[in-house]
Design a protein around this ligand. Sequence first.
Ligand code: FCA
Length: 330
Amino acid sequence: MRKFLIGVAALAAIAGCGGGGDTVAGEADKPKIGFLVKSATEVWFQQEWKFADQAAEELGFDLIKIPTPDAEKVMSALDNLAAQGADGVIICSPDVKLGPAIVAKCKSANLKLLSVDDRLVNADEQPMDVPHLGISAHKIGKMVGQAIVDEMKVRGWNMSEVGAIAVNLDELETARQRIDGATEVLVANGFDAGRVFKSPWKTQDIPGALDAANITLTQHSDIKKWVAFSSNDDGVLGVVRATEGRNISSSDVIGVGINGTSGVDDFKKPNPTGFFGSVLLSPRKHGYDTCKMMFEWVKNGVVPPKETWTSGILITRENYEAKMKEEGLL
Ligand code: FCA
């Protein structure tokens, strides 16, 4: 939506260059919004993009989706957007510590900036002054912990015999809060904090979580019953696959994820796996609503709220179809 483009289109229309003058002017007037995500292969981000596409279609803007799995890709994507005359960018950065560099680049390129999911931090690891939409991570982590506690009770487990694997990403606040929330609920219900094994997640995907879980399972091969939680479904699925690899029965594993994405495939399997449940988030809010906020900002100068926190719903193999239908995800 750059003025000079409108000028060119208008001149073309006046000069009678074809019958498409109006359309050209309309196209040139459309805002251009970038949507950068840290992983285009993770189902969560594919869903976010799907809803972003829907927003572009319904509201009338050009959406430029760019996968940015590392710092270099983030910087070149921002340059690319600037060169295209984009108006704004929504980002889930692969590294939140890129915050100052991202903010500086957006300022110099006159790009409005909104972060989604992972909040950008400054050199002191404090949140940056950038509008942000994310999940209520601590509360959602507590829901995960409660679901695990409830299911341990249903199965009549003696908690002193159980181990917990927390596949964690210490450097990311939203991940930390999710894991802390789950741990707090476990411990408040009598789970020994010394049996919660934080397993560092090196690559944020299922194979990376499987590696992290295997290290912990090897170190504690005396433990026969396991619960698992992480920042998302992929983290928990890695643990579940690791237990399967060691022939630990699914009835001895309770994994509860977050997102309601990749874990749902396990619900569809005829026999229950160790993936017991997930907290279903709203990719619509994270993909469509963020785009709408950016669109309103670019088009009408409405600055998005500084913080927006979304909630989640517990799903299991019993209720996932109904809940996902309600959320427009099936
Ligand atoms: C983070 C996680 C994603 C998703 C999102 C809301 O970015 O890595 O899986 O849970 O927050």
